[in-house]
Structures are given as C-alpha cells and as structure tokens.
Design a protein around this ligand. Sequence first.
Ligand code: SF4
Length: 397
Amino acid sequence: MSKVAVVKTQDQSYESIKKAVDQVIEQIGGLEDIIKPGYKVIIKPNLVACPTDRLSGGITRWEVCLAIYEAVQAVGGVPVIAESSAAGADTELTIAKCGYQELRDKGIPVIDLKNKENARCVMPVKDGVVFDKINTWELVRDADAIITVPVMKTHDQTEITLGLKNLKGLLTDVQKKDFHKQGLIEGVVDWCKTLKPVLEIVDGTFGQQGLGPIFGETKEMDLIIGSKDLVACEAVTGKIMGYEPEEVMITEAAHKRGMGEMDLKKIEVVGKQIEEVASRFKRSSEVTIEGIPTSFNLIFSKDACTGCHNTVISALMDMKAQDLFLYLENMNVCVGPCTKEHLPEGANAENTVCVGICAKKLADEMGFRWVVGCPPGNADVVKGVLGDRKEYGVRYS
Ligand code: SF4
C-alpha cells in the first residue's frame, strides 16, 4: 500500500524543519531502498521565479533542501540541488536572493541548469502520449535518482502544482514552452515517466493560494509531506488543500498511466491525518484583481504557457501600482495562440492587443497591436495596452 507521511513543523528554525523532514523520511521507510551508496542524486526545488519574500510560499525554502541533502549524504548518495526557473526567469537571481547562495558558500552544489556550462542533451521518451524525445541536460539524464521538492501552491492552469509538475524545471526553456503548446498535462506525465523520480518531499511550511504560482497569497501550513509514490503524495497534499484527486488533471493522468495511487482509501497516511491539518486553499478561479474594470477581457488560450501567464498578471499588477487601470476599460488582451473564435464582439484594432509570439498570427490577421517577445517583458505589455494613449517607459515592479 502506498504510504504518505504528514508531519507538522514546530517553528521556522532549521532544526525544526530538519526534524520534520527526517521524521517524514523515517515514516516512509527510509532512503536505503531508493538511494544506494554512490548514487548521483538530484534534489529539485521549485525556484520558479524570484519572489519578494523567500517565505511567500512561491518557492521551496532552502532549509528543506538542505535537510534532504544531509539525509541523502547519510546513506552514501552524492546529492546536488539543481533547478532552471520558469521560461525567461533568472534562476541565479533566486539563488542569490533566497538563501541558496549561502548553501553554495558552504560548499553545497546548487546548480543553475540554465548556465551555459551545463551540457544539453535529448532524452528519448518511451511510450509518450505527447513527446517521443525531450530536451534536457546531461546532469539530469545521468542522475541515478531524482527527488522532487515542491511547495504547496495553487496554479492558474493546473489547479495545483506539486512534485510532478515541478519536474518541468528540469527542461530547457524552449522545451518548457513547447510543453504548453503540445499538451501540458500528458507532457508532464511523459516527462515524469521518463525520469522516474524516486521521492517527493513537499515544503508545506508556507504555501500559496489564489493567483499561484507566483502572485498568490501566502498561506502558512507548517507541514512537511512526503512519499515514494508521487501520485499518492499529490492526492493527499491536494486533499489537504481542498481538492479531490480527480479534480487535478496531472494527478489523474499520472494515475491512469500507472505512476501511482490516487484513491485515498488505498493510501496509508501516517503521522498527522488529512482531517487534522486540512485547510482549503482559495482557488485561482476565485480570485479577481481588485479594481480591474468589468469591461476588460483577459483572454488566455488554453495553450498559453506560464511565461506569458505570469508576465501578463505581473504587468497588470504594475498597472495597478501605477493607477493605470482606467486604461483597461473596454480593452481585450489576447495571450497565447488565440484565434478569431476567442474574440468578444466588438474587438477591433483600437481596443485589442495580442501578447507574445504565439499571438502574432491573430494580430497579423486582424490588424491588432502586437507585443513582441516569448515571453514579452512586463513594461512592453503595459506599453502595448496603453498604445499611444499614455507614455510608459519605466518598469514599475
Ligand atoms: S509567446 Fe508566451 S505563450 Fe507563447 S510560448 Fe512564448 S511565453 Fe509561451
């Protein structure tokens, strides 16, 4: 029977976090069966983009990675912490601002996969639904074991994002964008089945609800959750957050393709029980950005990727901070590969802007303003919305 351990942390100290991580590992039977002496082990945090506060729930805190690092070393593994942030985001910035540089200073390898020194490669995908090959790095291909270390977050495209989706950070930026065009859900499962991760440990100390994965509201949960069955880990963590397993497409797709158990009746939960710690996370669909005019249409193609999603939401936040929402009245902003069918009645060259390379075809076809980039910069999106109605030269963020 799949086993998931749920442990409460006592405070924010490293000792408390380490104790909780060690308890989770002990309760799921230790690491000896999945990490053999000499194994090259990748610990993969979620460092999607640099947050204003490292404990905002947007990224994995370094304490959890360090505790796992020490546990892997204790059984003879050779761990590294490795990540490449979202398409267009600077991994090195997050490393520098969120405590990971201090780990480097202690001699712990924290690898920015986007660094040109890391050799790229192509991994074949066996029985893929979307892909038959995937672009990654030799370091990833050559790992003997991968441990995924997500945070508890809602997500505007996938309801929640946990350890399975976190592994998308082991793809090159071009490949990440391609996932959103070709099929995100089954693509993630193709990738996870190729990598065969051995363990998920969720940093559930601070999560993010609402406009995740970056602009959400911090939610303190004080939890560490872990399992060697990633699907079971996601089913239990999702349930704690207020989602039934079948509401989360990645969990369901991974279960259907034999990656693990999502039936909560067939999962043994050890440590704290779900009911003891459950606290519903506000869903992305339940959030409105206060002050946005009701006549404004933000149109996301279902294939728009995180790069443009995050950029556009961030650009709207910049506009809010600068009292520019009046310029959104009666505007339409199209994101991703939108078509004429996506457009509301009355969309025209004056009131409609297409954002990103994927939306260029529609812009060309309809004569709409177009914001170049993949993803574009925030300031360029704001400029595109303002058109010639107002000067906008500075990025306010
Ligand atoms: S233009 Fe935007 S939606 Fe299209 S691939 Fe680039 S970042 Fe993704």
